[in-house]
Design a binder for this molecule. Structure first.
Ligand SMILES: *Cc1c(COP(=O)(O)O)cnc(C)c1O
Length: 359
């Protein structure tokens, strides 16, 4: 099997071991004579996988099963932008949002349909190249929403913001499982699986049970978190194959020492690339200059000489590196180096950055 260095932002690289296990499962699951793609979501083969994924998810994130409800959904993180305020924001309430980039802006746009949005902080005037530290929290906010890692802009919260008594809710789509952060400080978090957790099609939601009690109930059945919580994410057919692969990824994380070791590896990997960029300030423009705000997952940079962009990409392709083009809204380059991305690939990019700078 040929494997290149895939820097794609999402859907993104998965561990090779997981791909091998998943391809076996596509042929036959558990000696059942059936493919994982063919079994009932209410049968024993799938149900074991479903419950295994739920408990591993909580265990890896350090969340107490008595207090937390995992929910597996479809619709992407984008559906959560609307489902969150539908469930937890009423027309007479306000919610605090921090605007740190394109995904936060989309979350804000949806929340405004359901209640009042107070922008507690924004880094828009800084072209989203930093994480704002000072929050202007409103006293009665239903919740405070942040985006822990800004996939497009390449910024990440190094510490969770202080939020007083306001429930903290986060879009963790591009950095869930990347670092050992205190996940129990959130009231709810959600993530599309296709960045750092598995294949597209699955959205992971984790919500505190006491907070879930306060959710609105006058909602379409499928858009109510309570529906999915009450049925253990089996109200309708869940994204069976994506959950199967997600469970394999969770085992892979556990086998590698959990979040602590993920973080250690991710810090080492990101440093390889940032160090090479910082060594050549005449050639490279890292998008994020404040080092504390730099993402461990998405390294964003530009060339000082835009004329050389095509040459840079062609050289990368020649070295078996793909997916380095920046998001269409910001341009430049982006190296997405999620958990499954190998350190050798980061070293290869760092070597190429130095070679290109000297050429
Ligand atoms: C990719 C991404 C999204 C959108 O995810 P979909 O699953 O495509 O809806 C939202 N937020 C962040 C931080 C992302 O990286």
């Amino acid at each position: 099997m040929k494997r290149i260095y895939n820097f794609s932002a999402g859907p993104a690289i998965l561990p090779e071991e997981v791909l091998q296990q998943a391809s076996a499962g596509v042929l036959e699951i558990d000696g059942s004579g059936m493919s994982i793609l063919e079994v009932s979501h209410r049968g024993p083969h799938y149900e074991a996988i479903h419950h295994d994924a739920e408990s591993r998810l909580l265990s890896i994130l350090g969340l107490n099963p008595a207090e937390w409800q995992p929910i597996f959904l479809g619709g992407g993180a984008s559906l959560q932008f609307a489902m969150l305020p539908m469930n937890f924001l009423s027309a007479d309430q306000s919610a605090d949002y921090v605007n740190t980039g394109e995904w936060s802006s989309k979350a804000i746009k949806e929340a405004k349909r359901y209640g009042t949005v107070n922008i507690a902080a924004s880094s828009e005037s800084d072209k989203f190249a930093s994480i704002p530290r000072e929050l202007n929290l409103s006293p009665d906010a239903a919740y405070l929403h942040i985006t822990t890692n800004n996939t497009i802009e390449g910024t990440e919260y190094s510490d969770l913001p202080s939020h007083g008594k306001t429930p903290l809710i986060a879009d963790c789509s591009s950095d869930i499982f990347a670092r050992n952060i205190p996940y129990n400080q959130f009231h709810m978090l959600y993530a599309g699986a296709q960045k750092n957790a598995g294949p597209a099609g699955l959205t992971i939601v984790l919500v505190r049970k006491d907070f879930l009690e306060t959710a609105n109930t006058n909602l379409p059945t499928m858009l109510s978190y309570k529906t999915h919580a009450a049925s253990g994410s089996l109200y309708n057919t869940p994204p069976v194959f994506s959950i199967y692969v997600f469970d394999l990824v969770l085992k892979w994380i556990e086998d590698r020492g959990g979040l602590e070791n993920m973080e250690r590896c991710n810090r080492r990997k990101a440093a390889l690339i940032y160090d090479a960029l910082d060594e050549y300030p005449d050639i490279y423009d890292p998008a994020v200059t404040n080092k504390a705000d730099r993402s461990l997952m998405n390294v964003t940079f530009r060339l000082k000489d835009k004329e050389r962009e095509a040459e840079f990409l062609a050289g990368a392709k020649h070295r078996d590196m793909d997916g380095l083009k920046g998001h269409r809204s910001v341009g430049g380059f982006r190296a997405s180096i999620y958990n499954a991305f190998p350190e050798t690939g980061c070293a290869a990019l760092a070597a190429y950055l130095r070679e290109f700078a000297r050429s």
